[in-house]
Design a protein around this ligand. Structure first.
Ligand SMILES: NC(=O)c1ccc[n+]([C@@H]2O[C@H](COP(=O)([O-])OP(=O)(O)OC[C@H]3O[C@@H](n4cnc5c(N)ncnc54)[C@H](O)[C@@H]3O)[C@@H](O)[C@H]2O)c1
Length: 331
């Protein structure tokens, strides 16, 4: 199987929000990238996304004009699937639909070389289920990036039932080689790790608001200025070690019975959903976004993420693993 250090020619399927962004990350690290899409309009949009974000990188000083020109020069957009024949690695970022993904992989896994890794950026569809359409599924794995990829370095590397360990190593190694912080998800569990944690937290956040314990804005503040800030620096297990496991045990004993363990979509979320209030995209969600407030919310998030990422993954951050050693026997 082609190892991660032998990959120079990457094919990304789907040149949308994620594909266009990932293409630039690979290209900045010297890879040649072909972005394959099925419609001319999508290709035009993908090219615009790349041009726009390269202009921003030059303007904010994170890329020189020369480096930006070289990056863009390594990316080509194509409508014909013959690019898969010479790929060293394929990552699929097409629409989040099982039938569409399976149809794509049925065709492409028969064209792509047998000795390369094939990956999907699905947000949460079962890797094992998609793999049923893949020829030689031992070389197939999940490679889940987080939006916006240029500001959030995490990549979840997910094993399906058939995925070979060697395949996991290639995806992990490739992510690492382009400046990402990959993690191994050993079981194809729904939501992988990030979304399981995110939705466990969102369920309790809504439970707090619905129970009248605190309001929406204050729950967001607790995260931004307390828990979120802490979790950007130390994870939940490191936090518990630093706080004392005796204390955490006692709190877990009295607090867990009080937390939400509902299996239903919370009424608060369902109400917004039924009213067509989808958040920034419709101008109304948990908050209202009159005028250009939605655009401002996106750019404020990106500015803050860029600042935080600069601290955490910039030159000052050298540690990938925490200073403590993982104990033998710890799962
Ligand atoms: N947007 C996010 O926040 C996010 C985050 C992580 C993962 N993902 C996942 O990444 C994938 C893509 O998401 P996105 O937000 O970039 O979507 P998008 O709608 O912006 O882009 C999808 C692109 O795929 C193209 N496409 C559709 N069918 C195709 C096919 N058969 N062959 C080739 N191209 C095809 C479309 O023309 C479009 O350009 C999804 O699986 C999604 O769940 C998205």
């Amino acid at each position: 199987m082609k190892r991660d250090n032998e990959i120079s020619n990457i094919v990304i399927a789907g040149g949308g929000v994620m594909g266009a962004s990932m293409a630039q990350i690979f290209a900045e690290h010297g890879k040649r990238v072909s972005v394959y899409d099925i419609s001319e309009e999508s290709i035009r949009r993908g090219e615009e996304l790349v041009a726009l974000s390269q202009r921003e990188r030059v303007r904010d000083g994170t890329l020189t004009e020369t480096a930006s020109r070289e990056t863009a020069g390594r990316i080509s957009f194509v409508l014909t699937p013959d690019v898969f024949e010479n790929a060293d690695y394929v990552v699929e970022c097409i629409v989040e639909n099982m039938d569409v993904k399976q149809a794509f992989w049925r065709k492409i896994s028969a064209i792509a070389p047998e000795n390369i890794v094939l990956a999907t950026n699905t947000s949460g569809l079962s890797i094992s289920e998609i793999a049923k359409a893949v020829k030689a599924p031992a070389r197939f794995a999940g490679m889940h990036w987080v939006n916006p990829p240029h500001l959030t370095p995490l990549v979840e590397v997910i094993a399906g039932e058939e995925t070979a360990e060697e395949t996991m190593d290639v995806v992990y190694g490739l992510a690492l080689s382009v400046g990402r912080k990959p993690v191994r998800v050993k079981k194809d569990a729904r939501g992988f790790v990030l979304n399981r944690l995110q939705f466990a937290l969102l369920r309790e956040a809504m439970h707090i608001v619905e129970s009248g314990i605190a309001g929406t804005e204050d729950v967001d503040k607790v995260m931004k200025y307390g828990l979120g800030l802490r979790y950007a620096c130390v994870g939940p297990f490191e936090t518990a070690d630093l706080g004392g496991l005796d204390t955490f045990y006692r709190i877990a004993e009295y607090l867990f019975p009080d937390l939400s363990d509902s299996k239903e979509v919370p009424a608060l979320l369902a109400r917004h959903y039924r009213a067509g209030e989808y958040g920034t995209k419709t101008g109304r969600g948990f908050y209202d976004y009159p005028g250009d407030a939605a655009e401002q919310a996106v750019s404020r998030r990106d500015r803050r993420l860029a600042d935080a990422a600069g601290c955490l993954i910039g030159e000052r951050e050298t540690e990938v693993t925490p200073p403590g050693q993982i104990r033998s026997g710890t799962p």
